[in-house]
Design a binder for this molecule. Structure first.
Ligand code: MLT
Length: 284
């Protein structure tokens, strides 16, 4: 991993391989290790870049410095941005600054899971000319309903008071397919450790940021870059039917359903996800 300094924020990322840059953006509350099964394979043909977003993984260093304050300037969100919220917009700016610091000015393929997909929509909105392709994994275009946004804020406060435990216990059972939970408990436990190791401040900031993320449904028809939509067949968080709707709304998008997988499809069935990604990359 290497450390990148961007305007006072220190981000860590894996940067492996050569050629077309493929940016892997993790979900919430994980880190770059969720892409381990992709990085090895894709970096044999491309340049795989997998950051820990600010406040997560190794980028939690100096938590306070890496915490997000509401950025100034106009941006379209569903409500006021609370103090110490990491907006999807802010994460997208971080990624653009990280690419600059890495000297990458050619358009990249952006691959994001769930929160990484929420950020993908903001990256597209602000930096469309930096995109060669978009891979949306197990994500949603809709904003949180008001009750869901409130529940996130309550959970953010709880995590700050009690640590990541309550969030992890709530999320973990929904992240994996039944068969994964039964047959591969070590995978579930490894993700639990990643989630528990993240800082309460980083988790709370991202949760608050997701609570105010904009609804991107109406914008899907404006996405012009080649797009692949990938979803675990048993995903209960970003259901297959909803992701199929996302693919239908984006002109020319390809839709791939991953068998024997739920929300963590890149971890649960890396072979099928890698095949979908490699097929897509071959079309670019
Ligand atoms: C994720 O995997 O990033 C989360 O499920 C996103 C969310 O909580 O909406």
């Amino acid at each position: 991993m290497k450390s990148i300094s961007t305007g006072g924020t220190e981000l860590w990322c894996v940067d492996r391989g050569q050629g077309l840059p493929v940016l892997f953006v993790h979900g919430f509350p994980f880190d770059h290790t969720m892409w381990a099964g992709q990085i090895d394979v894709i970096s044999s043909q491309c340049r795989a870049i997998a950051p820990d977003l600010r406040g997560f993984g190794r980028s939690r260093k100096g938590d306070r410095a890496n915490l997000c304050e509401a950025p100034s300037g106009p941006f379209r969100q569903t409500g006021p941005v609370p103090f110490s919220a990491a907006t999807m917009d802010q994460f997208a700016d971080d990624l653009a600054a990280m690419l600059d610091a890495l000297g990458i000015d050619e358009p990249v393929v952006y691959c994001g899971l769930s929160m990484g997909g929420y950020i993908a929509f903001q990256f597209w909105r602000k930096y469309a000319d930096r995109l060669r392709g978009l891979i949306l994994c197990d994500t949603r275009a809709v904003a949180d309903a008001p009750e869901a946004a409130d529940a996130r804020r309550v959970m953010a406060d709880r995590v700050l008071a009690e640590g990541p435990g309550p969030l992890v216990e709530q999320m973990l059972p929904r992240l994996f397919a039944e068969a994964t939970r039964q047959k591969r408990p070590e995978m579930v436990e490894a993700l639990r450790r990643v989630m528990m190791a993240n800082s309460p401040e980083g988790i709370a900031a991202a949760a608050r940021g997701m609570a105010v993320r904009p609804d991107m449904t109406a914008a899907l028809g404006q996405i012009r870059c080649p797009t692949l939509v990938v979803v675990g067949q048993e995903d209960a968080i970003s259901p297959s039917a909803e992701m199929h709707g996302i693919a239908e709304a984006i002109a020319g998008a390809k839709f791939v359903e991953i068998p024997a997988a739920s929300h963590m499809s890149p971890l649960e069935n890396p072979a099928a996800v890698n095949a979908a990604i490699l097929d897509f990359l071959a079309t670019l």
